[in-house]
Design a protein around this ligand. Sequence first.
Ligand code: FES
Ligand code: FES
Length: 162
Amino acid sequence: MDSIMLDIEINGERRTIEAAPNLMLIDLLRDGLHLKGAQVACDAGVCGACTVLLDRAPISACTTFAFVADGRALTTIEGLGANGALDPVQEAFKAKSAFQCGFCTPGMILLAKALLAENPSPSRTQIRAHISANICRCTGYQMIIEAIEDAAARMAAAAGGQ
Ligand code: FES
Ligand code: FES
Protein backbone atom coordinates (compact mmCIF):
# COMPACT_ATOMS: atom_id res chain seq x y z
CA MET A 1 0.00 0.00 0.00
CA ASP A 2 1.42 3.39 -0.97
CA SER A 3 2.16 5.71 1.91
CA ILE A 4 0.87 9.26 2.18
CA MET A 5 2.48 12.41 3.58
CA LEU A 6 0.77 14.16 6.45
CA ASP A 7 1.40 17.68 7.70
CA ILE A 8 0.22 17.88 11.31
CA GLU A 9 0.86 20.37 14.09
CA ILE A 10 1.42 18.21 17.16
CA ASN A 11 1.65 19.96 20.50
CA GLY A 12 2.63 23.19 18.76
CA GLU A 13 5.26 21.65 16.52
CA ARG A 14 4.64 21.20 12.81
CA ARG A 15 5.53 17.68 11.68
CA THR A 16 5.71 16.08 8.25
CA ILE A 17 4.95 12.39 8.64
CA GLU A 18 4.88 9.51 6.20
CA ALA A 19 2.07 7.12 7.03
CA ALA A 20 0.02 4.29 5.62
CA PRO A 21 -3.39 5.52 4.46
CA ASN A 22 -5.13 3.15 6.86
CA LEU A 23 -3.00 4.04 9.91
CA MET A 24 -5.11 4.88 12.95
CA LEU A 25 -4.27 8.05 14.83
CA ILE A 26 -3.65 6.20 18.10
CA ASP A 27 -1.02 4.03 16.39
CA LEU A 28 0.65 7.06 14.86
CA LEU A 29 0.83 8.74 18.26
CA ARG A 30 1.86 5.80 20.41
CA ASP A 31 3.99 3.73 18.03
CA GLY A 32 5.13 6.25 15.44
CA LEU A 33 5.76 9.30 17.60
CA HIS A 34 6.20 7.61 21.01
CA LEU A 35 3.56 9.84 22.57
CA LYS A 36 2.21 7.24 24.99
CA GLY A 37 -0.15 9.44 27.03
CA ALA A 38 -3.23 8.52 25.01
CA GLN A 39 -4.21 5.07 26.27
CA VAL A 40 -5.93 2.18 24.52
CA ALA A 41 -8.65 0.36 26.43
CA CYS A 42 -11.77 -0.48 24.41
CA ASP A 43 -10.22 0.32 21.01
CA ALA A 44 -13.77 0.92 19.81
CA GLY A 45 -14.57 4.58 20.49
CA VAL A 46 -16.47 3.88 23.69
CA CYS A 47 -14.29 4.59 26.75
CA GLY A 48 -12.39 7.79 25.90
CA ALA A 49 -9.02 6.56 27.21
CA CYS A 50 -7.48 7.56 23.87
CA THR A 51 -8.92 11.10 23.85
CA VAL A 52 -6.82 13.79 22.17
CA LEU A 53 -7.80 17.24 20.94
CA LEU A 54 -8.07 17.88 17.22
CA ASP A 55 -8.32 21.62 16.60
CA ARG A 56 -9.26 21.81 20.31
CA ALA A 57 -12.16 19.36 20.04
CA PRO A 58 -11.94 16.00 21.81
CA ILE A 59 -11.81 12.92 19.58
CA SER A 60 -11.16 9.23 20.08
CA ALA A 61 -7.77 8.51 18.51
CA CYS A 62 -8.56 4.79 18.32
CA THR A 63 -11.38 5.29 15.81
CA THR A 64 -9.84 8.17 13.83
CA PHE A 65 -7.60 7.64 10.83
CA ALA A 66 -4.31 9.51 11.03
CA PHE A 67 -5.01 11.24 7.71
CA VAL A 68 -7.95 13.07 9.31
CA ALA A 69 -5.40 15.17 11.22
CA ASP A 70 -3.64 16.31 8.03
CA GLY A 71 -3.38 20.11 7.99
CA ARG A 72 -4.81 20.37 11.49
CA ALA A 73 -3.58 20.81 15.07
CA LEU A 74 -3.40 17.96 17.57
CA THR A 75 -2.93 18.27 21.30
CA THR A 76 -1.99 15.30 23.45
CA ILE A 77 -1.42 15.21 27.18
CA GLU A 78 2.30 15.61 26.50
CA GLY A 79 1.54 19.06 25.07
CA LEU A 80 0.07 20.49 28.28
CA GLY A 81 2.06 22.60 30.70
CA ALA A 82 4.97 24.86 29.91
CA ASN A 83 8.45 25.58 31.22
CA GLY A 84 8.34 22.63 33.58
CA ALA A 85 5.04 23.72 35.14
CA LEU A 86 1.84 21.71 34.97
CA ASP A 87 -1.24 23.02 33.20
CA PRO A 88 -3.90 24.35 35.65
CA VAL A 89 -6.13 21.37 34.86
CA GLN A 90 -3.29 18.99 35.66
CA GLU A 91 -2.64 20.92 38.88
CA ALA A 92 -6.29 20.66 39.83
CA PHE A 93 -6.42 16.91 39.18
CA LYS A 94 -3.35 16.52 41.38
CA ALA A 95 -4.75 18.76 44.13
CA LYS A 96 -8.07 16.91 44.20
CA SER A 97 -6.54 13.43 43.82
CA ALA A 98 -8.79 12.93 40.82
CA PHE A 99 -7.19 9.68 39.73
CA GLN A 100 -6.34 6.27 41.06
CA CYS A 101 -4.93 3.94 38.41
CA GLY A 102 -4.54 6.95 36.11
CA PHE A 103 -5.55 5.08 32.98
CA CYS A 104 -8.39 7.47 32.15
CA THR A 105 -6.58 10.57 33.38
CA PRO A 106 -4.94 11.90 30.18
CA GLY A 107 -8.25 11.64 28.36
CA MET A 108 -10.20 13.18 31.23
CA ILE A 109 -7.79 16.11 31.49
CA LEU A 110 -8.00 16.80 27.76
CA LEU A 111 -11.79 16.50 27.92
CA ALA A 112 -11.75 19.05 30.74
CA LYS A 113 -9.47 21.35 28.74
CA ALA A 114 -11.95 21.31 25.86
CA LEU A 115 -14.87 22.07 28.18
CA LEU A 116 -13.13 24.95 29.96
CA ALA A 117 -11.98 26.46 26.66
CA GLU A 118 -15.62 26.70 25.58
CA ASN A 119 -17.18 27.36 28.95
CA PRO A 120 -14.80 28.77 31.58
CA SER A 121 -17.38 28.48 34.35
CA PRO A 122 -19.38 25.29 33.80
CA SER A 123 -22.07 24.19 36.23
CA ARG A 124 -21.76 20.81 37.91
CA THR A 125 -24.50 19.52 35.61
CA GLN A 126 -22.58 20.70 32.58
CA ILE A 127 -19.39 19.08 33.84
CA ARG A 128 -21.20 15.79 34.45
CA ALA A 129 -22.71 15.85 30.97
CA HIS A 130 -19.38 16.67 29.34
CA ILE A 131 -17.29 14.01 31.07
CA SER A 132 -19.95 11.36 30.49
CA ALA A 133 -18.14 10.80 27.18
CA ASN A 134 -15.29 9.08 29.04
CA ILE A 135 -15.24 6.15 31.46
CA CYS A 136 -13.38 6.03 34.78
CA ARG A 137 -13.51 2.71 36.59
CA CYS A 138 -11.81 3.91 39.78
CA THR A 139 -12.84 7.28 41.14
CA GLY A 140 -16.62 7.31 41.02
CA TYR A 141 -16.23 10.62 39.11
CA GLN A 142 -16.80 12.90 42.10
CA MET A 143 -13.13 13.85 42.47
CA ILE A 144 -12.88 14.45 38.73
CA ILE A 145 -15.86 16.81 38.87
CA GLU A 146 -14.31 18.65 41.82
CA ALA A 147 -11.00 18.87 39.97
CA ILE A 148 -12.64 20.46 36.96
CA GLU A 149 -14.37 22.99 39.22
CA ASP A 150 -11.01 23.67 40.86
CA ALA A 151 -9.36 24.08 37.45
CA ALA A 152 -12.02 26.59 36.44
CA ALA A 153 -11.34 28.56 39.62
CA ARG A 154 -7.57 28.44 39.05
CA MET A 155 -7.94 29.64 35.47
CA ALA A 156 -10.33 32.45 36.50
CA ALA A 157 -7.90 33.55 39.21
CA ALA A 158 -5.00 33.50 36.75
CA ALA A 159 -7.02 35.50 34.20
CA GLY A 160 -8.00 38.02 36.88
CA GLY A 161 -4.37 38.48 37.81
CA GLN A 162 -3.30 39.39 34.30
S1 FES B 1 -9.60 3.22 23.58
FE1 FES B 1 -10.41 4.71 22.23
S2 FES B 1 -12.40 5.09 23.01
FE2 FES B 1 -11.67 3.44 24.22
S1 FES C 1 -8.44 6.54 37.60
FE1 FES C 1 -8.55 4.43 37.01
S2 FES C 1 -9.90 4.48 35.31
FE2 FES C 1 -9.97 6.49 36.05
